[in-house]
Design a protein around this ligand. Structure first.
Ligand code: ATP
Ligand code: MG
Length: 572
């Protein structure tokens, strides 16, 4: 069965939506709210309790199924452990681990106890971890014995805030002050009365991807769960019992909002893969686990495209029902490829660490416009604005480029940048949150991504969005990835330079360069097309899979590289 939406159509959904109905769906606690109550406890008196919550695919060995009941018990043990250690509500708990069940139990247990949870990418080297520990000052950190030895042992005990280092899989040679999690959890009760929190109590501290500079620590509150829950339905088409796979790591916000919280509140079975990207493994997971809803990122889609459709056709992907993508603009080429190769188009959606949840989406129940991010989800008002000396001015006419802005408040909106109050305040003008991304809205209310405000190129009076140029370059059959930047030019102000990596079987060369430049000129016109194309084996990207244009630009112009702590392949 591939037909999906039981969803109302877009206009009807928007017209009938209000946040209090959405909140009521979580049939909340008698008083207060708690993300873990919505994700776990709420299901315990229902048949969902015995359903698989997590299907864990370890690096080696057979899949492991964990039911909602069992996951709740594990989270309870963890919450009891935090209580035993004397952690107070509001205390920070960091977790540095691969995608293993303990990470999920720690997240949900921390929230149950009222702690503030921060997942970190396990691939981070010691320095980015250390700086995040300094900023967030957690009281406890949970990690594995192996990651501890490689990344924390030398310095973590000197951090004044850190009172407890909890090691999964034994302490080995570790010094005093480290606890063997498995050992201490065994003695804890599997019952825990989830703490009723104020909706505005902090729950999660998430660092941004660091694409444009030093990562910021965005604070989210328990109330956010209402937005996670409802956008999981609208934008990802989650239905109870679905088999769902979000490929993002909880170390970036997608892997938490839609890799832990929304799937659980919606009663789905989530696939959790411990491994990193591998095309054949991924296709096998989609096939063998009978994945119905798949949420992934353009970088992964581009890698699958690079390897060609033949590989995909070797697998039975007939259980797929809904495909969604986030993190970067999704080139129209990728949408068509999904349709032709997987039998379904990808639904792009847009949001940020700061927004906490999906804001703009191509819904299940509406026509996709390839290359567009879609329309605002119910409950969210989005606009395009111009900055003025007095604040902002909304642009009402369609197809004008301006900054993408969102009307405040909404439940998953960030409530601050940690220790950066002034920077936080600068993100708002009156009732609007300023996203720092440029977009245009067409006459039908669809939003089109132009680029980050920092990445937009100004050439001979034209405003050039890198995404538009990159999407055209991607149309060339040899091109796997493209990133474009502006370089200073005396006459034009800036001109466009493209960096391109090629699909297997294609070699860089003068003839190919001319062909690519020719295509760009034909499709974009000489004012917008790149003047130069440089071939690269791969393009620098963040660990969350975003092309780092600022790094391409810094390298090109011999400028300082700035913060590269989230660069993929950075030294561990
Ligand atoms: P930093 O804020 O540290 O520079 P970042 O902005 O990449 O890093 P995230 O919050 O992870 O950190 O990413 C949000 C940004 O990703 C958005 O502001 C937007 O620029 C981009 N993005 C996300 N989804 C989409 C999408 N569907 N289309 C276009 N851009 C997207
Ligand atoms: Mg950002």
């Amino acid at each position: 069965m591939r037909l999906s939406p039981t969803l109302p159509d877009y206009a009807a959904a928007r017209a009938s939506f209000n946040w209090s109905d959405a909140r009521a769906q979580l049939n909340g606690m008698p008083a207060g709210i708690n993300i873990s109550h919505a994700a776990l406890d709420r299901h315990l008196g229902t048949p969902t309790a015995n359903q698989t919550a997590i299907r864990f695919l370890p690096r080696e060995g057979d899949p492991v199924d964990i039911s909602y009941r069992e996951l709740a018990a594990r989270a309870n043990r963890f919450a009891n452990l935090l209580a035993t250690l004397g952690l107070q509500p509001g205390d920070g708990v960091y977790c540095l681990a691969h995608r293993i069940p303990d990470l999920y139990a720690a997240a949900l247990g921390t929230l149950k106890h009222g702690g503030v949870f921060t997942p970190l990418f396990s691939a981070f080297g010691p320095e980015p971890i250390r700086s995040r520990v300094e900023i967030g000052a957690p009281v406890a950190i949970v990690t594995t014995e192996r990651l501890y030895r490689r990344k924390l042992a030398d310095w973590i005990h000197k951090m004044p805030s850190v009172k407890h280092v909890l090691l999964i899989g034994g302490v080995g040679e570790a010094p005093r002050g480290t606890l063997d999690v498995d050992d201490v959890l065994r003695d804890q009760s599997a019952e825990y009365a989830t703490r009723a929190m104020n909706p505005e109590d902090p729950a999660l501290l998430h660092f941004t991807s660091g694409t444009t500079g030093r990562p910021k620590g965005a604070i989210h509150v328990h109330e956010a769960v209402v937005a996670h829950h409802i956008t999981g339905q609208y934008a990802l088409d989650l239905h109870p019992g679905d088999i769902y796979w979000c490929t993002a790591d909880p170390g970036w916000v997608t892997g938490t909002s839609y890799g832990i919280i929304a799937p659980l509140t919606n009663g789905v079975t989530m696939v959790v893969d411990e491994e990193e990207f591998d095309a054949e493994r991924w296709y096998r997971i989609l096939q063998d686990q009978k994945v119905a809803v798949w949420y992934t990122a353009p970088t992964a889609i581009r890698m699958l495209m690079k390897l060609g459709p033949e590989l995909a056709r070797r697998y039975d992907l007939s259980n797929l029902r809904f495909l969604a993508s986030v993190g970067e603009p999704l080139n129209p080429e990728a949408v068509y490829w999904g349709r032709a190769t997987l039998g379904l188009p990808f639904h792009d959606n847009w949001w940020q660490t700061e927004t906490g949840g999906i804001m703009i989406a191509n819904f299940a129940s509406m026509a996709i416009k390839p290359g567009s991010m879609g329309r605002p989800v119910p409950g969210i008002e989005a606009g395009v604005a111009r900055r003025t000396s007095a604040g902002i001015e909304l642009i009402e006419e369609p197809d004008e480029t301006g900054e993408l802005v969102l009307k405040t408040p909404w439940p998953s909106m960030f409530r601050g940048y940690l220790h950066e109050e002034a920077r936080y305040r600068q993100c708002f003008a009156g009732a609007w949150y300023l996203t720092g991304d440029l977009a245009r809205r067409d006459a039908e209310g669809y939003f089109w991504f132009i680029g980050r405000a920092d990445d937009v190129i100004k050439s001979s009076g034209h405003l050039i969005g890198p995404f538009e140029v990159e999407s055209v370059l991607m149309e060339h059959p040899a091109v796997a990835e493209a990133g474009v930047i502006g370089i200073p030019d005396e006459i034009a102000g800036e001109t466009v330079k493209a960096f391109v990596s090629l699909k297997p079987g294609h070699e860089p060369g003068e003839a190919l360069r001319k062909e690519i430049l020719g295509l760009a000129r034909k499709r974009l016109g000489p004012a917008v097309a790149p003047r130069q194309v440089e071939f690269r084996d791969s393009l620098p990207s963040t660990r969350s899979g975003k092309i780092m244009r600022r790094l391409l630009r810094a390298q090109e112009l011999g400028l300082p590289e700035g913060d590269t702590s989230t660069l993929e392949g950075a030294r561990e």
